[in-house]
Write a protein of this length. Structure first.
Length: 476
């Protein structure tokens, strides 16, 4: 298996990238420094040679006809041999002065070639000699060429020392920077590694465990916060499934035991035919009740799990209430209960029509069940405070205040009634449907005076716009 070129560790990879960047920057800095030093050194030396060339011309103007005097002045003022300098003065084709070999032997004056300055000042390198030449003109003498030069050896030595210093210093700086980068990366990524270890140790045996966020860098803290939100949702989903499983097991245990006992009696053959038929009918009734409970649990799990909005569409809550109330009217009539409908203007919401109808049906079933003969159940829809509402009010037995907080819980019965075969999930479905549509279900009840269940839902978008226009905000 081929070896990996880059390390697996995030810290090592970041440090490696950091070092590669430093190497590239160091190399660029080295090249720029050396080239800049070489350029500015030569430029400075050329300017110095040009200045010396003009000074020599000033002397030559006064003593051009006296070469001995000119030579003496140049030797005393510029000391070419002792200062590693080269000076040559040429009138026409005749050399009237040329300095000797320098004391250091940096170059041989006799080997310095002629540099014609006819087209202007010229600069050139001859070995280790930097040469500058310029032509001047004197009346009656013609062109006078003055060439000055200086040994470049010292500048090259300084350049070499600078290069050596950089070649030694930059790697040392790179090592120090790499170590510092590693320490900083380790310190910066320690919270992330802690979060990774905490995430790997997460189990449903301790679902409330969360990732540590203390002292972390803001972006890492934001990542940890987002992951903690996911863990909270997982915790909620796990708790939801656990509650459903526990409630279902508790609720289904007794009916299953009853059905098993009845079927065992029939299977033993000790019952008379009529009694066996009644026993089977009772078992079938319990099975139907179990089926209804399972169906309700399935609906509830879908609503409380991950509600989908793919089936949501504009729904007229008022028309839906009319249809559902009409379906519940026969059941109310059989108990001698008056089912009243408070008519109102159409109220549009966005939602699943089947789920909303199921919610209203559960409210009506509950109201009819707990309203005595001669009572009244009223269904009202409308719009208030920017929300659509659906209210079902009855004149029934009411609910004690200590039960108000739990009436929407799964399988909870505030007033268990003898012979009640309902699964106890109706109001739970009401709350789940309301929540799935962005609304909430509330209860207002007084014992022996009746109850009112109300569901508030967001208006459809077009309804919100019309409400704003009616309130005078149409220009916003």
């Amino acid at each position: 298996m081929p070896r990996r070129i880059f390390p697996r560790s995030v810290t090592a990879r970041l440090v490696a990238s950091y070092c590669l960047l430093l190497v590239a920057l160091g190399g660029a800095f080295l090249a720029v420094t050396v080239v800049s030093f070489r350029y500015f050194t030569r430029h400075t030396m050329v300017e110095a040679l040009a200045m010396r060339d003009r000074e020599i011309w000033t002397l030559a103007q006064e003593t051009i006809n006296n070469p001995a005097r000119l030579s003496d002045l140049i030797e005393r003022r510029f000391s070419p041999e002792s200062q590693n300098r080269f000076i040559r003065i040429r009138v026409g084709e005749k050399v009237i002065y040329q300095s000797g070999d320098p004391d250091t032997g940096a170059f041989k004056a006799s080997e310095v070639p002629w540099l014609s300055p006819a087209d202007g000042p010229r600069t050139a390198m001859f070995g280790k000699l930097l040469l500058y030449s310029r032509a001047y003109y004197a009346p009656g003498l013609g062109p006078i060429s003055i060439a000055t030069g200086v040994s470049y050896r010292l500048a090259q030595a300084v350049e070499r020392r600078l290069l050596v210093s950089l070649l030694i210093g930059l790697p040392m700086l790179l090592v120090v920077a790499a170590l510092a980068g590693y320490v900083l990366m380790r310190r910066a990524l320690t919270p992330l590694e802690t979060m990774i270890k905490a995430a790997e140790s997460y189990t449903f045996s301790d679902p409330r465990q969360r990732l540590p966020l203390l002292g972390t860098e803001p972006r890492i803290a934001a990542l940890g916060t987002a992951l903690n939100r996911i863990l909270e949702r997982l915790d909620g989903a796990y708790s939801h499934v656990s509650r459903i499983s526990a409630d279902a097991a508790h609720e289904l245990r007794n009916p299953l035991t009853l059905i098993r006992g009845e079927l065992e009696q029939v299977a033993d053959g000790r019952l008379a035919p009529d009694e066996a038929a009644r026993t089977l009918a009772g078992a079938l009734e319990e099975m139907n009740r179990l089926g209804a409970t399972v169906d309700s649990l399935i609906v509830l799990s879908r609503l409380e799990g991950l509600p989908s909005r793919r089936r949501h569409a504009p729904v007229d809550l008022s028309a839906l209430a009319d249809q559902t109330a009409a379906l519940a009217a026969p059941a109310a009539a059989r108990k001698g209960i008056e089912l009243a409908r408070v008519q109102g203007a159409p109220v549009m919401v966005t939602g699943d029509g089947e789920q909303l109808a199921q919610m209203l049906s559960a409210l009506l079933d509950n109201a009819i069940k707990f309203t005595p003969e001669g009572g009244q159940v009223t269904v009202e829809t409308g719009e208030k405070d920017g929300l659509a509402f659906l209210a079902v009010e009855d004149s029934g037995i009411g609910i004690d205040p200590r039960h108000h907080e739990r009436v929407f819980d799964r399988f909870y019965r505030a007033q268990p009634r003898r012979g009640d075969k309902s699964p106890g999930l109706g109001l739970t479905i009401v709350r789940a449907v309301a929540a799935a549509h962005g609304g909430r279900a509330t209860l207002r009840s007084v014992p022996d005076m009746g109850s009112m269940f109300r569901v508030d839902l967001p208006l459809a978008e077009e309804e919100v716009e019309e409400a704003l226009e009616r309130a005078g905000f149409s220009g916003l």
